[in-house]
Design a protein around this ligand. Structure first.
Ligand SMILES: [Zn+2]
Ligand SMILES: [Zn+2]
Length: 347
């Protein structure tokens, strides 16, 4: 089968290769991959900024596909079913996090595209326990967005948004757009802030329901925020840009006793005015990946039309054109790029 392989650490070191078709083991199924989204982390894997736990390895963890073969002991799935798989491939099953259903924090969790071969290939082996059936109303390409959307659901849940809260989302990339829509569905008033070059992305955010959009070059963000909040500042900040400047802005414009969620990854240490947390009595939370209920909610939000994927999937390319897709994502042109390992469009 055709697969995109990262064969060594460091910049580049990625190429298309022919690999043997994998066979599902006990508790596993094989998917014929329909679509796999390119994540920001895949760009970092390509550049070498994120190291994989195994080489050579097939990256890709935003996967939708069709069950193609079933391993021993799997009774609840049939060949031909349309599914999406969680990012998690395996966990220990008995640590405190696993027992609470918070297995994204299991210390020995292994994940697709980081520890085991992922979705930039014609076939992928996944754990039967980590599959979700795609609702009939959703096309397979929408289901490929369920991984980042489940992460957005997980992030927004940490903010305990109340109806009418003013929520500031920093960074209008694919994750920021999903977070904004999920927060909107919780009844928040949404402000999205981007960098000066983010004009088109901010336009998409408006189309998808953001109440106000700004870029950081505009001086009146703070005035509008204060105006909207009776002079207090944002109730909730979800920092999705992973840029140090985004975090600085967020801590500045959040109201006293507000909730700040760090969604984006900086990839390096950043300097912040930590004392603001003390004086403003802020609640600061991290958010990582997702678990079963997040995923089911993600699919339900798309079915209900509360989260639109149509505007977010800006490019679908066959796997052989992976370099073009990676370039588009790295240059932040458009929003989400999907690769089609099967070289055909599925519905
Ligand atoms: Zn990702
Ligand atoms: Zn565990």
């Amino acid at each position: 089968m055709l697969a995109l392989v990262k064969y060594a650490p460091g910049p580049g070191n990625m190429e298309l290769r022919q690999l043997p078709e994998p066979e599902p083991g006990p508790g596993q199924v094989r998917l014929k991959v329909a679509y796999t989204g390119i994540c920001g982390s895949d760009i970092h894997i390509y550049s070498g900024a994120i190291e994989l736990n195994n080489y050579p390895l097939v990256p890709g963890h935003e996967i939708s596909g069709i069950i193609d073969a079933i391993g021993p002991g799997v009774n609840e799935w049939k060949v031909g079913e349309r599914v999406t798989t969680e990012h998690t491939f395996s966990t220990c099953g008995h640590c405190r996090y696993c027992r609470q259903g918070e297995y994204q924090e299991c210390a020995v969790r292994r994940s697709l595209g980081f520890d085991t071969n992922g979705g930039f290939a014609e076939y992928v082996i996944v754990a039967a326990d980590m599959l979700h059936r795609i609702p009939d109303k959703l096309p397979l390409e929408a289901a490929a967005l369920s991984e980042p959307l489940a992460a957005a659901v997980h992030a927004v849940a940490k903010a305990n948004i109340k109806w009418g809260d003013v929520v500031l989302i920093i960074g209008p990339g694919p994750m920021g757009q999903l977070v904004a829509q999920v927060a909107k569905a919780e009844g928040a008033r949404i402000i999205v802030v981007g960098a000066p070059g983010d004009g088109e992305r901010l336009q998409v955010a408006s189309t998808l329901g953001a109440d106000h959009t700004f870029h950081t070059g505009e001086e009146y963000i703070k005035e509008v925020l204060l105006d909207l909040t009776g002079g207090y500042g944002a109730d909730v900040v979800l920092e999705c840009s992973g840029a140090g400047g985004g975090a600085v802005l967020g801590l500045e414009v959040i109201r006293r006793q507000g909730t700040y969620i760090q969604v984006g990854l900086f990839g390096k240490p950043v300097e912040l005015d930590y004392e603001k947390i003390t004086y403003k009595e802020l609640t600061i939370k991290g958010t990582f990946c997702h678990n079963w209920p997040d995923w089911e909610k993600a699919l339900a939000l798309m079915v209900a039309g509360k989260v639109r994927y149509q505007e977010l999937i800006t490019t679908c390319l066959p796997l052989v054109k992976w370099e073009e897709g990676f370039r588009l994502m790295a240059k932040r042109q458009g929003l989400k790029v999907l690769l089609m390992p099967g070289e055909r469009r599925w519905t």
